[in-house]
Design a protein around this ligand. Structure first.
Ligand SMILES: *Cc1c(COP(=O)(O)O)cnc(C)c1O
Length: 432
């Protein structure tokens, strides 16, 4: 008899050789407790774990899988690219095509550089902003995640503005002394920070729809004022669209703000997740003028052995071609909205305080009657309530993000039947 691998036995084995048993912390289920599912395969909207259980997947690899798993055009592109060679360390035509595709859909971007992770893209964007402005300070917002580069690993505690207080061990205070952390959507704090530090600010980095504190939109007047302040003080506005890019709309979250605020655009944009279609690929882009600062043209160094990897590039390109087809985002947005509406209806019927929001294929929900506007309000959510719901859904084979501060994702493969099954599970799980 062969040994049967269960999620639990794999988790125990993994913990012996991998810290916490995982290669990225949230996968370990520490926030919700219990045993992570070890995934054996995926197709369309579904994941199958090591025990052969099928789940409706609302994580989508934390964003990339906007088409669902195993899309035939993507698989074919990956297989064709792989058969031609896995990596050359030399330029390829496909990199030009991917850069052209990104630029076509995001008018604020004239040139891009491809890298291998969102962390790398955000870190490089900051180095570029500092190099281009000759300034050191940067503003980020509490609850916004920009990958794990040292200077950005600051979430800060209480108070409106916190200076240089690292959130992770191993980050010396000197490394984050130029990082200012503000409360999201807090206009007074923003005005005060610019009044005090405006002339020393290289950039302000923001998740325009913050998906690393569930789902919180930067309000329009706030974004408008942020743009004005950056322009007036010569600080670059950096949109971290690693999650929202090619996910909330083909043109990213910036296209939504541009539609509402005449002339609006960020200075630098950071992409990842969807643009790799499930392979390690990310990018940062801006105007030709700013990009001139980057090596080999300029003095800001940035490089990568696997940057623009041909297989990852082929995967991203095939994904972008699919999502650029007419009607794609209308259909995805409608499907996601139907999920959010169905969850809200189930919560109402169960008498559970609940609010939810979505845009394109990204959604968030809260066990609060009002949508929170900043990190502190998000974290005021009843964690036990969330955890009961999470496990209630998981045991009913619906795979939601295992932490209340994570956004969820719907793919083009999710059917109305999947949404209905999810709503039926929620109707039971809300009662737990
Ligand atoms: C996921 C994410 C990152 C980090 O990307 P990695 O590829 O995990 O390094 C950065 N910024 C945002 C907004 C993200 O959602």
């Amino acid at each position: 008899m062969s040994a049967v691998s269960t999620n639990q036995s794999l988790f125990e084995r993994a913990q012996r050789v991998i810290p916490g048993g995982v290669n990225s912390p949230v996968r370990a289920f520490r926030a919700v407790g219990g045993t992570p599912r070890f995934i054996a395969r995926a197709q369309g909207a579904y994941l199958w774990d090591a025990e052969g259980q099928r789940y409706i997947d609302y994580i989508g690899s934390w964003g990339p899988m906007i088409l669902g798993h195993g899309h035939p055009a993507v698989l074919e592109a990956v297989q064709r690219a792989a058969s031609r060679g896995l990596s050359f360390g030399a330029p390829t035509e496909a990199e030009i095509e991917l850069a052209e595709a990104i630029i076509t859909h995001v008018p604020s971007v004239e040139q891009v550089r491809l890298v291998s992770s969102g962390t790398e893209a955000a870190m490089s964007a900051i180095r570029l902003a500092r190099g281009a402005t000759g300034r050191s300070k940067l503003i980020k917002f509490e609850g916004c995640y920009h990958g794990h580069a040292d200077a950005l690993l600051v979430k800060a505690g209480s108070g409106l503005a916190t200076f240089g207080h690292p959130t992770s061990a191993g980050v010396p205070p000197e490394v984050v002394q130029h990082t200012i952390v503000l409360e999201y959507n807090n206009l007074d704090a923003l005005e005060a920070a610019f009044a005090e530090h405006g002339r020393e600010l290289a950039c302000v980095m923001i998740e325009p729809i913050a998906g690393n504190m569930n789902f919180v939109r930067a309000q329009l007047p706030y974004m408008k004022r942020l743009r004005e302040l950056c322009t007036r003080h010569g600080a670059l506005l950096v949109f971290d669209e690693v999650m929202t890019g090619f996910r909330v709309a083909l043109g990213g979250a910036q296209s939504l703000y541009a539609a509402a605020i005449p002339g609006f655009k960020p200075d630098i944009s950071v992409f990842g997740k969807v643009i790799g279609g499930g392979m390690p690929l990310a990018a940062f882009g801006t105007t030709r003028d700013i990009m001139r600062q980057l090596a080999p043209l300029g003095p800001v160094y940035q490089a990568g052995t696997l940057s623009g990897n041909p297989v990852a590039t082929a995967c991203g390109l095939a994904t972008l071609r699919e999502i650029a087809k007419p009607g794609f985002f209308d259909a995805l947005g409608t499907r996601t909205r139907s999920l959010v509406d169905a969850l809200a209806a189930a919560a109402r019927d169960c008498g559970v305080a609940f609010s939810a929001d979505c845009e394109g294929g990204m959604f968030g929900f809260f066990f609060q009657a009002e949508l929170p506007q900043h990190y502190g309000a998000v974290m005021a959510t009843d964690k036990d309530r969330f955890n009961r719901f999470f496990h209630g859904m998981l045991s009913r084979r619906v795979y939601l993000a295992p932490a209340l501060y994570e956004a969820g994702f719907v793919s083009a493969s999710h059917s109305e039947a999947d949404i209905a099954a999810t709503a039926a599970a929620a109707r039971e799980a809300f009662k737990l």
